[in-house]
Design a protein around this ligand. Structure first.
Ligand SMILES: [Zn+2]
Length: 141
């Protein structure tokens, strides 16, 4: 084995190890999202709304109307508001906010992309199904 080849094989082994670590982290987070939705200890419900770029709704939820939002986490009453054009990643994002209330937006975005990059079909179906059971339609038309 040449030095180059040996070096390459060492690099690829450690790259695989760190990828596994990341993948394990992603699966751990996905499991936490599923558990949050299943146990729903705070009694959250999910609203699917036309939120992105909607200044009126942003104001209603205490968000900066100059910015655009795919989702937000509201505590009184506890609910997750999700733009229905981008729901799965947004639900994961908002649940991560609920699980990690002290994390910065940047940290949540990192966790979200980690979960979404490694999400299995099985976990995606669990998240969809559990989210569906928590969805409520507003009485206001
Ligand atoms: Zn966020």
């Amino acid at each position: 084995m040449s030095v180059t080849a040996r070096h390459r094989s060492v690099v690829s082994k450690s790259a695989t190890r760190s990828r596994d670590k990341t993948k394990a982290g992603a699966h751990y987070l996905a499991r936490r999202v599923v558990t949050f939705l299943r146990e729903n200890e705070e009694g959250h419900y999910i609203r699917l709304q036309n939120l992105y770029g909607n200044k009126k709704l942003a104001e209603k939820y205490g968000l900066d109307p100059k910015l655009r939002y795919y989702g937000c986490l509201v505590w009184d009453p506890p609910r997750i508001v999700v733009d229905f054009r981008n729901p799965l990643a947004t639900i994961v994002h908002e649940v991560l906010h609920a699980l990690y209330p002290d994390a910065t937006e940047k940290e949540i975005l990192y966790k979200e992309s980690l979960v979404m990059r490694h999400l299995t079909e099985y976990r995606a179906v669990q998240i969809w199904t559990l989210s569906g059971t928590l969805m409520r339609v507003s009485e206001e038309r």
